[in-house]
Design a protein around this ligand. Structure first.
Ligand SMILES: [Zn+2]
Ligand SMILES: [Zn+2]
Length: 1020
């Protein structure tokens, strides 16, 4: 995971606090007291302690999340000891369902006081306890395990301890954990200046574990995060997020005798300064938050000395509270982390240089003073990026240098030139970035008309090192070909390109950023995916065509039989029914379901009355029908309430309760609302209550009434352009001239379904809400809708007469036959059925109406569509079962070849399609597949590597290692299976006289070996 993909709270300030230092203060009253105080000080993180088995109450977590405060849960145990993994998993799953993202097991393992017994091999013992926890937490979707915080310095020196622990993770092959892990940190500022430790170990070589030389800064200060980051980059290969769990200053702190103890004024001034540095982007992106120790504690607590408030909210550190409250607060900004100094290896000596001064010595040698100025500027930025990466990942670590002055790194000499200096100064502090990181800006002499993809030259595809065309004019390559072609850059500059255009051409996708410029990061939503039925797993009627109707309300036996005849005559496969009681329900189900028609049930239930939906589920299950149950209907309609007064909050709460009951009883709860805002409220309620899993088996019931709008509304030309009446013979509510005037005045150019969803495409607006809130759209069964006979709500459009009633319904039903909606979009798989209102009854809208006759034309057109089957989503093909590694044994033979200037690993497998991961000595991996390089055979592969060392190859649970020594390796992999093994023979010089010949004779007689062997004359 990239640093920017780790979750942060909305409006993140990077400011946080540590809650009470115990487990006993999670009553709502404390939240009521402290939430306003936290918000007033700009806090967006809160570190809270959790019992290993009992969770912090959901209401407490919810209260924080509702105020956009990110909880960091620290599991608290009296001593560091074994945690039961099933309990830990259960705890974390509960936290995940409430929206927590970060959980840390244990605290300060480098302190003797945290251990029942203090022993020598502490990191090993600790990692034995920690690794299972990290793995358990890692498995919980939505939760990121935190490597626990260490005490700065400590009984076992923290930096040494961290290094040792990461070494153990690497050694035990636990590197995959780094993919989703963060590290907790206690970078207390003590009573030292806030700059203490700045620059990290690279700047303070003489700082040694367990001692601090006079005048030499060590890691025990605010900038501890830089020291940890250096260690993490060295051991992990990249930065991991560092989350503050206890930070800031403690009143009266006198840890260092070189500085005065912390008084109230200093406490306030430095606390505000830390917060300002966070907000203004002066601290690196990987340092996520500063959690001030300690928000509050009881008077008798041993930690009362550090608290900002008493438990009743009265400030103890008045000046500090005021300083944070007065501070202007905005979302935290980020900026590029560009070093000021670089350690240069020149003539065997390490010289620390100012980065910009160093660059002035690079440009004359790397591009020359006569190049066009914009090309020189592009070169200056590229060289700056290269140097910044060298500081981050020192290229001469063994001698304590970042970079050398030869072609191995970047050529440098003390010679400066006015023009090249101008290029460096003109781009001072400007770097190119990709994904918030300074790019590895490779460059070379010239290309042959195209640059190269990085993975074609080295291991690893860099997204900004793509092959691009180049105008340098050469037809052969000088250099590696990855990144910027220097000759091409000069040519571009001559033709008028700016340095930014040059850089963006050779490094596609980059941004150029000045060191001082800051930017905001988007908020990442890392809610765990809701486990849900896939669309193909839901029950549907046999020979489904998606067509349905709302049944009439007469459930007497004779009437139902008549309805069934009509439904079958129309070729419909879905019916929505509203039985008055469970007997009516059962009667209808037993009639329709055996005929292959899916009954979707809305039990008649007023929202403010009680109704036993679970009983309905049981009846449906008893009839053997999938229990699609709609819970309540049109909650904003007064007719759905016994007292005639809609109470939407009551609806939301009753729907969630009943849906949960139906869900638990094994039914499919259905939701019906007419308003997208109300849909969001229902989803929010399930989120608040931690029951989002409900959506895994819930469906939505749109009522997509067309009013008197056409099936293409709101995308039709009348609405968009106001075109005049085309069919004057149709019936309008006013004379044509007036209708045309309304059309002109009422047109809505550019209107979309999300602006007006009062039409049959309206379900699309609800789908968008589901997509945003849940990440998927549940099945939709339109339980009412279509066009009501004689509708005339929108005076711009004709009245719905027989002709339009028929034509419009035919167009809606045709979605399922053609696979296209009226607006041309593909029919979404989640739209299971449309059941327009209503098949029969006294109602004027009824297709078989006792008052308005039968809609003969509509019935004829719908029947004209038949028969057809709708295309249903299918499950993805089952992947081939992986071969059982128990049955497999592989051998590898190695052939070495010297090729000028090329290192590589190539080879052949017995078959194509085997995934192969090659990992370099630093843990970087490239993935390839056998068969990708046909010239080495049907299972051939090839990757270029750029350094010598031990490479690890993994495939099919097999693991091999090869040493690259400046050569090109050909590997042949052979599978030894139980079938081929008995055929293996060994012929050797050590065989007894005559045995070799005998073996040869027997092999020669076997046609499988014919021509494969020659027997050498044995020298005597
Ligand atoms: Zn070098
Ligand atoms: Zn070129």
């Amino acid at each position: 995971m990239r640093i920017r993909d780790y979750p942060r709270p909305r409006g993140d300030t990077g400011i946080g606090f540590h809650w009470f230092p115990d487990l006993y203060h999670y009553d709502d009253s404390y939240l009521d007291t402290f939430l306003p105080l936290l918000k007033s000080m700009g806090a967006s993180w809160l570190v809270i302690l959790s019992h290993p088995q009992r969770s912090i109450p959901a209401s407490f977590i919810r209260g924080l999340l509702e105020e956009d405060i990110e909880p960091v849960v620290q599991i608290s145990t009296p001593y560091i000891a074994f945690l039961k993994q099933d309990e830990l998993r259960e705890l974390c799953e509960r936290y995940a369902s409430w929206g927590v993202h970060y959980v840390s097991p244990f605290k300060e393992p480098n302190l003797a006081s945290r251990w029942p017994k203090w022993e020598e091999d502490l990191p090993e013992r600790f990692m034995d306890l920690l690794i299972p926890c990290l793995e358990t937490i890692y498995e919980v979707e939505g939760i990121i395990p935190l490597f626990p915080p260490l005490s700065p310095g400590g009984d076992f020196w923290d930096t040494v301890f961290l290094e040792a622990c990461l070494d153990i993770l690497n050694r035990q092959k636990k590197r995959p954990l780094y993919e989703k892990m963060a590290v907790a940190i206690e970078n207390y500022a003590f009573n030292k200046p806030l700059t203490w430790g700045k620059g990290g170990k690279a700047q303070w070589l003489s700082a040694q574990p367990y001692q601090s030389l006079p005048g030499c800064e060590d890691q025990r200060g605010f900038y501890l995060f830089q020291w940890y980051d250096e260690i993490i980059r060295q051991k992990v290969g990249r930065s991991l997020p560092l989350l503050g769990t206890a930070n800031g200053l403690v009143l009266g702190d006198r840890s260092s005798s070189d500085f005065p103890p912390i008084d109230e004024a200093t406490h306030a001034q430095r606390s505000a300064q830390i917060s300002q540095m966070m907000i203004q982007g002066e601290l690196p992106n990987y340092f996520f938050n500063n959690a001030f120790w300690l928000l509050t504690a009881e008077d008798a607590s041993p930690f009362a000395q550090g608290r900002w408030f008493r438990p009743d909210g009265e400030p103890m550190l008045k000046a500090s509270v005021a300083a944070l409250q007065e501070m202007a607060k905005e979302s935290r900004r980020f900026r590029v982390d560009l070093p000021e100094k670089i350690r240069v290896l020149t003539d065997g000596e390490v010289e620390v240089m100012d980065l910009e001064e160093y660059l002035k010595g690079v440009l004359p040698r790397e591009m020359g003073k006569n190049a066009p100025l914009e090309a020189l500027k592009a070169q200056a930025v590229a060289a700056r990026c290269y140097a910044a990466n060298a500081v981050k990942y020192p290229r001469h670590r063994e001698v304590g240098a970042d970079i050398c002055t030869t072609t191995h790194c970047q050529v440098w000499s003390p010679t400066h030139d006015e023009r090249t200096n101008q290029a460096v100064e003109g781009t001072k502090g400007i770097v190119a970035t990709y994904d918030d990181e300074i790019i590895g800006a490779f460059y070379f002499g010239h290309c042959d008309g195209r640059t190269r993809n990085s993975e074609d030259v080295w291991v690893g595809a860099l997204p900004y090192c793509r092959s691009v065309p180049c105008i340098c004019g050469y037809d052969f390559m000088y250099g590696h070909g990855v990144g910027m072609c220097q000759r091409g850059a000069m040519k571009m500059a001559e033709e008028g390109a700016t340095y930014e255009e040059i850089l963006c051409h050779y490094y596609p996708g980059i941004e150029t950023l000045a060191q001082g410029s800051t930017y905001e990061l988007p908020v990442v939503d890392l809610s765990p995916e809701i486990p849900h039925l896939e669309l193909w797993e839901w029950p549907r009627p046999p020979e489904d065509n998606g067509l349905g109707i709302h049944l009439g309300l007469d459930f007497r036996e004779g009437a139902l039989a008549e309805e069934l005849r009509r439904v079958k005559d129309l070729g419909l496969k879905w019916v929505l029914l509203v039985p008055g009681d469970e007997f009516q329900m059962e009667r209808a189900i037993r009639l329709f379901w055996p005929q292959g028609i899916m009954p979707v049930v809305r039990p008649y239930a007023l929202i403010d009355r009680s109704h036993d939906f679970v009983r309905d589920v049981k009846v449906m299950k008893g009839c053997g029908v999938p229990p699609y149950i709609q819970i309540y209907n049109e909650p904003s309609d007064d007719r759905e309430w016994s007292n005639g007064r809609p109470d939407l909050p009551l609806f939301v709460s009753k729907w969630v309760n009943n849906a949960l009951a139906v869900y638990d009883a094994g039914g499919y709860p259905g939701l019906q609302v007419l308003d997208v805002g109300l849909l969001r409220e229902v989803i929010a309620e399930t989120r608040r209550r931690g029951v989002m899993n409900l959506w895994g088996r819930a469906w939505f019931c749109p009522h997509n009434y067309g009013l008197n709008h056409p099936p293409t509304y709101p995308y039709d030309r009348i609405n968009q352009e106001g075109i005049p009446v085309q069919n004057p013979e149709w019936e309008f509510v006013a004379p044509i001239e007036e209708v045309n005037r309304w059309r002109e005045e009422g047109k809505n150019p550019g209107q979309t379904i999300h602006d007006d969803y009062n039409c049959i495409l309206g379900f699309l607006a609800f789908a968008k809400v589901f997509e945003e809130e849940l990440g998927f759209v549940p099945p939709m069964i339109c339980g009412e809708g279509g066009w009501q006979y004689r509708s005339s709500q929108d005076r711009r459009y004709p009245v719905i007469g027989d002709y339009l009633h028929a034509s419009y319904h035919q167009q809606m039903f045709a979605w399922f036959k053609t696979g296209r909606l009226s607006n041309g979009a593909p029919l979404p798989d989640y739209l299971f059925a449309v059941c327009p209102w209503i098949l029969s009854g006294l109602d004027a809208d009824a297709w078989y109406s006792k008052s308005m006759g039968t809609r003969e034309r509509t019935i004829a057109l719908v029947k004209g569509l038949l028969p057809f089957l709708r295309e249903l989503p299918t499950p993805p093909d089952d992947p081939e079962p992986p071969p059982d590694p128990e049955d497999e044994e592989w051998t590898m033979t190695v052939r070495r070849e010297l090729r000028a200037g090329l290192r590589g690993i190539a080879g052949n497998f017995p078959r194509a399609g085997i995934g192969l991961t090659i990992t370099d000595p630093w843990g970087n991996s490239v993935v390839t597949t056998s068969g990708s390089k046909g010239e080495h055979g049907p299972g051939g592969f090839e990757v270029r590597v750029w350094a010598n060392g031990l490479y690890t190859l993994n495939f099919l649970d097999q693991r091999f290692q090869v040493m690259v020594q400046g050569d090109f390796l050909f590997l042949t992999f052979t599978q030894i299976s139980p079938e081929t093994l008995p055929l293996a023979r060994l012929a050797s010089d050590w065989m007894k006289e005559g045995e070799g010949e005998a073996l040869w004779k027997s092999l020669e007689g076997d046609e499988r070996y014919e021509g494969l062997f020659l027997l050498d004359e044995k020298e005597s």
